[in-house]
Design a protein around this ligand. Sequence first.
Ligand SMILES: Cc1ncc(COP(=O)(O)O)c(C=O)c1O
Length: 396
Amino acid sequence: MTHAALVELDSALAARRAAGLARTRRIVEAVDGTHLRIDGRDLVSFASNDYLGLAGDPALAAAARAGIERWGVGAGASHLVSGHTAAHEALEDELAAYVAPCTGARALSFSSGYLANLAILTALVGRGDVIVADRLNHACLNDGAVLARATLARYAHGDAAAAAARLAGSRARRRLIATDAVFSMDGDVAPLPELVALAERHEAWLVVDDAHGFGVLGDGRGSVAHFGLHSPRLVVMGTLGKAAGVAGAFVAAHPTVIETILQTARPYIYTTAAPPLLAEALRAALDAIATGHARRAHLQSLIARFRAGAATLPWRLLPSSTAIQPLVCGDAAHALALSGELAQRGLFVPAIRPPTVPVGTARLRVSLSAAHSRRDVDRLLAALAALAGGVEGARA
Ligand SMILES: Cc1ncc(COP(=O)(O)O)c(C=O)c1O
């Protein structure tokens, strides 16, 4: 190859591979609940965010099929042109009533959480404004700050006092606090009550990314309901491709905030609406979430079972009470090797490496679902214990 630009790209890719940071996509050949077939092998997956097991639920599939009959497969245009159907409108009304972060809240649906975060941040702040953000926030909140051209002031993970200091130190006219509610690679929960109080004291918005809390915490309504919070300063983003089992996202907030996003946010305006069949499937998902007490209770029992069994493993089990249960191994190559060993034993647990997590904190991200059985969790614990024996042996 002679093209200099291609040579440069090739050497960057080679460096990534040499550092153990190259990503590969596994081709899933079949799915049956938490069981995946990859490379002809059946694996129990602890890799998805389908926390309630709704992705394969027959009621959602039936709603999607009825949606196809009624609407066809595509929306055909953006929401502000002709893509906004009665299915989207009904979904938004139902989400607003269900999540209800403030009196009279409205909701807006998106085709992805990534876009929703870009839309929120670009609509609410701009050049000269400040976004005070948890250091471990999801990448799309950071990317939203870049697109908004606001100053990004990051604070120590989970530290509301550090967030307060950032706010106090800023003279920006418009301020916004942004946090994941449940941190995607750590599983811990943000100090939302303290952050709401801060938002009110400093006249800031509090943007809560509830990608991993919606459907699970707050008896399904999400992290804001979990803490019983209610404020016109709250802007809640929830994703619909995780516990809701489908795809897309929503923003729920005060009607003025929602109207501002609808009128001004380019990531809302300049993209095709999600297929209405998905909105129909999501309405069925909302029903399943609202009545999903047994699924959530089963998930909680699996979380407790996993934590009890994993406490004695040689890897650091992070202090998480949610479905995300990371085991920190440190070294990226070690995490990758463990993930490979687990796959040999029929278990799919992804190794999460930098830059997704800080250098030196590569981990196995165990993600539990109501679709797992106790036997699945016990199998994982037994395999980890067997691998731990190898690690202890190597250390001795
Ligand atoms: C915390 C968090 N926010 C936002 C997103 C983006 O959501 P989506 O996958 O719908 O784009 C994700 C994951 O994908 C996430 O983990």
